[in-house]
Design a protein around this ligand. Sequence first.
Ligand code: PLP
Length: 402
Amino acid sequence: MDPAATRSSQDTVKQFEKYVIPNYTRYPICLVRGEGQYVWDAEGKRYLDLFPGWGCNMLGHSPEPIVKAIQQQVEKLIHIPNTWYTEAQGDFAEMLCTRSFGKAFFCNSGAEANEGAIKLARLHGSPNGRYKIITFERGFHGRTLATVTATAQPKYHEGLGPLVAGFKYAPYGNLEAVADLIDHETAAIMLEPIQGEGGINIPPQGFLEGLRKLCDDNGCLLIFDEVQTCMGRTGTWFGYQQFGVQPDVLTMAKGVAGGVAAGVVIAKTELAPALRPGMHASTFGGNPLAMAAGIATMKMIEDQNLLANVEAMSARFRRHFESLQRELPIIQEVRTKGMMIGVELSIPSKPAVGKCMERGVLVNSTQDSVLRLLPALNITEAEVDEGCSVIAEVLREMASEA
Ligand SMILES: *Cc1c(COP(=O)(O)O)cnc(C)c1O
């Protein structure tokens, strides 16, 4: 048993069966502690985590500078509502906006940030009768009713209707289809600059530029859902900076506070007044604890020059997977942008997750056939090599069985 565990994984599984609503498919393993790129289960088995915290643990597990910042903050103030000012919220807003643009609104999750962006777009558009939002197939925006409606795939909608009115879906990458959907009631176009859950889909050349122009020509807002692509994930602070196309509204969550729950909406300064007092709020939004963690995350990325590490490690992952692709025809395509890595297979990718886990490596499968990694920005060469050699072993095994 691991020293951090108080009981077996199986005992915790039994407790969940009795007391926790079973809305997640879980592996029958209880994780008890983490350090850097590794986590340990109750039985003491160690895993190299190439998908830490579903992309939330931007700098791995319990990184020291973030732990320290949280400890210092928690002794001073844990929570202060937005009827007062706090230094931490001001500091984090300044750090985020000076590296992007505009002004920030804080909340607690990705869905909540997108909900805020959708409300902002409607509040901004309502004087002109604009309320429709165009989103894209294979996108993912969250699980609240508005954001699940914004998520195009019918499988997310089953049994939830009636959904929120006014959402239209276009095929990702198809500018003409978007142009056809736009009318005088369109308030915004919303998308992930790189689709994450959708399988690490990188926008075709000119697509984001084209959307920017469509928005400018038709008087609607461009919203980038950067819940997965923010905070250095792609090698720049924000995903939009990879493409040189600036949105009007930007949302963030997942890794924005290094693993502590936080969501952010950034809006161009002239749009910010649309979220006027009384129209939107979040009780825990911008709480000192999350803000301290966010500040520490940004500082650690800067102090340790991690954006450069992202570029170097991304190239290293790519080399490993491209050389494996030459060997294994089951690998259809390797898609990378910084620490967003998708390996498209010609066979189901799900079995790879279990096989890697047995060998002590955590990975993710999405869109049935994509093996997805969202490694921490501070992963090392040795850890990349270790992970890739296990994945290679697993994919060779799967290829021989296919
Ligand atoms: C994860 C994710 C969300 C939802 O975030 P939650 O914090 O789970 O609400 C929204 N958009 C994108 C792009 C995501 O990856």
